[in-house]
Design a protein around this ligand. Structure first.
Ligand code: FAD
Ligand code: NAP
Length: 267
């Protein structure tokens, strides 16, 4: 790692994993030791536009950190957009290649948005899963909430990635103590809306909230006193879900007016 400018550092790719060829992959980079972020926040990443034949230019995009804030590396989970300016460059990166990472973290999709609450609902579509993976690595979250529900809504079953990680949180050294006295502290709810799958839920999140299916699958009820709800991914999903919850009286949490909802739109 070398510091190339004050605003960002140059980092090295240390690991790449393809989940779905030409569609979904994850990667890790080295991490500047002075970089601090809260689980759920995003960083701005930069890649040189070599594939576009403009190596002197850098394309920048926001990326949620998927790894724990105490890890030595940074992990990200990415889509590949056909002809996308950024992801066409990102997808060619191999171990040993470099990319740029801004030192300043951004975003308010953090549990610090909520002062109270007992049940944490993490509702995601597509790559919107990423910030929740980081949040789930945070021991404080496991200590603070009695129940955690992770919902991942995708078009096709092959996009239900990170299942091994999700199923292993309770066995992690820093987290296992919080799972000891409870059978199901974390409930994982996969939803596949288009392709065939063995998973039970096939409808969009707002419909599953309205018809009570999401509560039934989680085994807990939405309750304004207890529920704190984070939503991330496709902006239409975020908007429709927020509106749906709004009909039941749930509000976005603001500093001046605490509520139950925090959101992040990906585009
Ligand atoms: C706060 C924030 C955090 C983000 N975190 C992530 C992340 O962790 N992982 C990630 O893959 N992307 C993330 N994104 C999106 C990311 O910044 C880029 O948009 C994405 O890398 C595509 O870049 P592009 O130049 O190839 O295409 P763009 O020109 O940026 O986007 C073209 C179109 O592709 C679609 N699109 C863009 N991003 C996505 C996506 N993630 N999933 C599905 N469709 C998409 C939209 O229709 C968009 O209009 C985040 C965006 C924001 C605002
Ligand atoms: N994933 C693919 O196979 C694919 C293929 C071609 C293009 N793309 C492009 O990639 C981008 C997004 O990709 P993505 O894979 O993350 O898919 P996405 O379109 O964001 O869908 C992800 C999940 O969110 C759901 N969703 C979409 N809109 C919603 C809403 N308003 N309310 C509730 N749920 C909603 C989808 O359900 P539904 O299935 O019901 O929409 C799906 O289960 C889009 O720009 C898309 O055009 C993706």
């Amino acid at each position: 790692m070398s510091s190339t400018a004050e605003k960002y550092t140059e980092e090295t790719v240390t690991w790449v994993h393809t989940w779905v060829p030409e569609k979904l992959f994850s990667f890790r980079t080295t991490r500047f030791s002075g970089l601090r972020f809260a689980p759920g926040q995003f960083l701005r990443l930069g890649v040189r536009k070599i594939s576009a034949g403009k190596p002197d230019e850098i394309a920048w995009r926001a990326y949620s950190v998927a790894s724990a804030n105490y890890e030595e590396h940074l992990e990200f989970f990415s889509i590949v957009i056909p002809d996308g300016e950024f992801t066409s460059e990102l997808k060619r990166l191999k171990v040993g290649d470099s990319l740029y990472v801004e030192k300043q973290p951004y975003g308010f999709l953090t549990t610090s948005r909520f002062e109270t609450g007992k049940d944490l609902w993490l509702l995601s579509s597509g790559t919107g899963l990423a910030p929740f993976l980081s949040i789930l690595w945070d021991p404080e979250v496991w200590q603070r909430y009695e129940n955690i529900v992770l919902v991942h809504c995708v078009r096709d079953a092959e996009e239900l990635v990170y299942q091994e990680t999700i199923h292993s949180y309770c066995e992690q050294e820093l987290l296992s103590d919080f799972c000891k006295f409870q059978d199901k502290k974390l409930t994982y709810i996969p939803i596949v809306t288009r392709g065939p799958s063995d998973f039970k839920l096939k409808d969009r999140i707002p419909l599953l909230i309205r018809n009570g299916e999401l509560e039934r699958s989680a085994g807990i009820k939405f309750d304004p006193e207890r529920s704190r709800i984070m939503i991330c991914g496709n902006p239409e999903m975020v908007d429709d879900t927020r509106k749906c919850l709004g009909e039941f009286g749930y509000k976005t949490s603001r500093r001046s007016q605490p509520g139950q909802i925090a959101v992040e739109n990906y585009w």
